[in-house]
Design a protein around this ligand. Structure first.
Ligand code: MN
Length: 288
């Protein structure tokens, strides 16, 4: 079994714009090296919103140097960016946005969801780019629920969706810059599974709902992340009452991480440059 390094608990709730009540489950501030290439994971909701004419969300802001991966569990989001991409994603859909050299975007509840109200739940993962790709052109992938392989686990343990990477012979639809796995896992009550991971990958198990027992050794609760030692070995996950988790693994970049707000680069000079470029409109012009 892969050794558990630590179990890290999310910080307090905060609002991102007026649309997303979020807990940051991990960030590169404390776990940058241990979880490379993963930088950050925010869990928004589940939270109930009353019907409204006002579209809640977060207004236009820039990013550079990494990718944002938004997984919707409940509710519906709408996105627009300065590269001309946009779209609507609902339960089970994933938006994989490559900011790379720079982008401006906005993230809102969809007009239909705002009008009807309801429960919103999503996770947003930031995936770092290697230095050689940080200034690549921006990109955008909409990964619809129906295009994400859903693998039934043995003994009715639950379902594993392969968003990125490979599980057994199933290949996730996301195009990634470096080898990573993003598995969206639902375990039924009493379910248990042993997950093989590539040798040398960093690995983390994020609990979004329920309580899981990891490696038959330690329990992890909702909004906690189990950080594993780099190296080899599989990960065991079990639950008594059912659980929703994300399993992340990736080839570590082993490069310096220097971030400020919406920019994550390798040096302070590159961060300074990102602010200059943003102010001069080089990260893109507002979406029409
Ligand atoms: Mn953003």
């Amino acid at each position: 079994m892969r050794k558990i390094r630590e179990i890290h608990r999310a910080g307090e709730h905060h609002w991102v714009g007026d649309g997303f009540p979020v807990r940051s489950i991990f960030s590169y501030d404390g776990l940058g090296r241990e979880l490379s290439p993963f930088l950050l994971l925010d869990h928004a909701g589940p939270a109930k919103f009353a019907p409204t004419d006002h579209q809640r969300g977060v207004g236009e802001h820039p990013h550079r140097g990494f990718e944002t991966v938004t997984i919707v569990y409940e509710g519906e989001l709408e996105h627009r960016d300065s590269a001309g991409n946009g779209g609507r994603i609902g339960p089970g859909d994933v938006q994989w946005m490559t900011a790379a050299s720079g982008i401006l975007h906005e993230e809102y509840h969809s007009p239909d969801f705002a009008r009807s109200g309801g429960t919103m739940e999503m996770a947003q993962l930031w995936v770092n780019l290697p230095a050689r790709s940080k200034m690549a052109p921006p990109g955008y992938q909409t990964l619809l629920h129906r295009d994400i392989p859903a693998v039934k686990l043995d003994a009715d343990a639950g379902v594993l969706r392969v968003v990125a990477g490979d599980y057994q012979q199933h290949h996730g639809p996301a195009r990634t810059f470096t080898p990573i796995n993003v598995w969206d896992l639902r375990l039924n009550a009493g379910g248990s599974v042993v997950l093989p991971l590539p040798d040398g990958h960093t690995a983390a198990l994020v609990v979004l709902q329920g309580i899981v027992r990891v490696n038959d050794a330690e329990n992890a609760n909702v909004d906690e992340v189990v950080v594993f030692e780099q190296g080899n070995g599989e990960v065991g996950v079990a639950t008594e009452a059912g659980a929703k988790v994300l399993l992340l693994s990736g080839e570590p970049l082993n490069e310096p991480i220097v971030g400020h707000g919406p920019f994550v680069m390798n040096t302070t000079e590159e961060i300074r440059q990102a602010f200059v470029d943003f102010q001069r409109g080089r990260l893109g012009r507002p979406a029409a």
